[in-house]
Ligand binder design. Structure first.
Ligand code: ZN
Ligand code: ZN
Length: 281
């Protein structure tokens, strides 16, 4: 038995030919859960060897568009490609708040498409989505197969609620920070995790931007603080994703690594590209 953690998107709102919107797939013993669904998630899942029909659930961290613009594609394509016509509504977990209306109304703009496809193909009607809001302050999110997922609040103000996910599989614990700055709330989320998938921003280049573009410093992880945190958490593998700025050359990757290593972290470090994966167990 093993657990696979695949970065389905290492990007951000900034368009990139090589980096899909934010997302992480955790797959363990035939159960597959997608965390966030940014742009091109369906394509990256195909790259990881999965169709949306193989997904058992989705968990969303917060309502920033870059994390959810690919969700309708996942839900629509899952139905279109359900060749056994056997799938029920996909569970989608999220902290109760703006995402509740977003998820519950996800298919509303597609009603005409769903109707004409069902009528033309004889396909059963779309089963809709199985919305699973949990308390905005965090709590149990999903438990499917051998995977148990719990949401923990993070620090992404003014975007509230925002959570990260602690994912327990038979092979270990994976923590996914979602979008956040470094704060003490990350300790219960990431402490003792075997793998931490963290968003990452190099503050140096951003601090050099014009003032009106520096607001993103308010709510993202400063890589200069993350290495020491990962040591505190006792994690053996740290995966950096949601990379701002996106590395374009080896030097840029080295700059991320250097920030983390200066914090004292000596474990496995991945500055992620799309479809990079870590295996547990
Ligand atoms: Zn984001
Ligand atoms: Zn965000």
């Amino acid at each position: 038995m093993s657990t696979r953690v695949v970065i389905t998107g290492s990007g951000t709102p900034i368009p990139s030919a090589d980096r899909a919107g934010p997302g992480v797939l955790v797959e363990s013993d035939g159960t597959a859960i997608q965390f966030d669904a940014g742009r091109s998630t369906v394509q990256r899942l195909a790259g990881a060897g999965l169709w949306p029909t193989d997904l058992d659930g989705v968990c969303l961290t917060h309502h920033h568009s870059d994390h959810v613009t690919g969700l309708a594609d996942v839900v629509l394509t899952r139905w279109v490609m359900d060749r056994d016509e056997a799938l029920s509504a996909i569970p989608i977990a999220f902290p109760d708040g703006p995402l509740t209306g977003f998820v519950e109304g996800l298919l509303d703009p597609w009603v005409d498409d769903l109707e004409v496809r069902a009528a033309h193909s004889g396909h059963p009607p779309h089963p809709g989505v199985d919305a699973r809001p949990f308390a905005a302050g965090g709590g149990p999110a999903l438990a499917i197969g051998g995977i148990e997922v719990t949401g923990f609040p993070v620090c992404h103000e003014p975007v509230t609620p925002a959570v990260g996910y602690r994912v327990r599989t038979p092979d270990g614990v994976v923590a996914i920070t979602g979008d956040t700055k470094v704060c003490d709330l990350l300790d219960p989320l990431c402490g003792g995790a075997d793998v931490v998938v963290a968003e990452a921003m190099r503050f140096g280049p951003i601090e050099a931007l014009p003032e009106h573009r520096r607001f993103i410093l308010d709510y993202h992880i400063d890589t200069r603080l993350l290495g020491a945190k990962a040591v505190e958490w006792g994690t053996s593998t740290l995966v950096l994703t949601h990379l701002i700025p996106a590395p374009e050359a080896d030097d840029d990757v080295a700059a991320y690594e250097s920030d983390i290593r200066r914090g004292g972290f000596e474990g496995q470090l991945v500055v992620a590209n799309d479809l990079d994966e870590v295996v547990l167990g």
